[in-house]
Design a protein around this ligand. Sequence first.
Ligand code: ADP
Ligand code: MG
Length: 271
Amino acid sequence: MIPKLSALARDNPVPKKCIFAGCRARKTKHPVSLLELESVSKSFGGVTAVNNVSLTVEPGEILGIMGPNGSGKTTLFNLVSGALVPEAGEIFFQDERVDGLPPYRLCHRGLARTFQLVRPFLGLTVEENVLVGLGYGREKLTGAPARVKTAELLNSVGLGGRSDRLASTLTVMDRKRLELARALATSPKLLLLDEFMAGLTPSETAAAIRLIRDMQRGGLTVVLVEHIVWALLDVSHRIVVLSAGEKIADGAPTNVAKDPHVIEVYLGETI
Ligand code: ADP
Ligand code: MG
């Protein structure tokens, strides 16, 4: 007798997709984190930039990452976004193993980032910059629907009315807004912001915090690296601290700010 397909499927569950031949299916835990790093390491020559780091990002949270210069924050973002491949460890996004995938495939799965040094297409207009993100993102919007969506995105980041300006003529804050609109145009589930608030005035920083909160309320999960400690502690639900590539703290902002080890290596004094 030929068994029914449903019975076959029940008795022979398909192992979770894995990008590496020979690796084992994952023991799923519930609830599933949006992003999970397990013992991830990456070195450059003799420098271990990220050393055996494990962390999770839960759906809907704002996770802040802080640490001194050279502690591995940008390298961590490069590993998560596919610009670098870890030497050891595993990275899971929505419970699927993703380390080794190129950035465009991670983008199509819903992961977007902004760069420490913003990189708009300077010779394109504000609108054209966002249209590029829409064309390459998850939804691949073009034509009239893309223009409508671009106007919405530019309004949401505070660039409404400036769509015809050349990107090269924008202020630092407005270039950051544009970088954000371009990242949001790819319809991310997880957004990585690398020093988004660097170079902003206090009132611009407050505006950036409001923007990040608005995005999170709209359903986005955000991981941000920042040196402006008050802003990071204010906006984040949870903080991870790196020092010399290692994770030295992971917890609520109030607890992390009081942690003696964090104070010693980074803060210098109690906040
Ligand atoms: P952070 O963002 O916390 O300032 P980075 O991740 O940029 O730190 O750098 C961590 C360490 O790795 C530093 O010692 C840095 O010099 C080194 N590093 C980062 N990227 C590279 C690279 N592409 N080549 C060589 N060394 C690198
Ligand atoms: Mg950095």
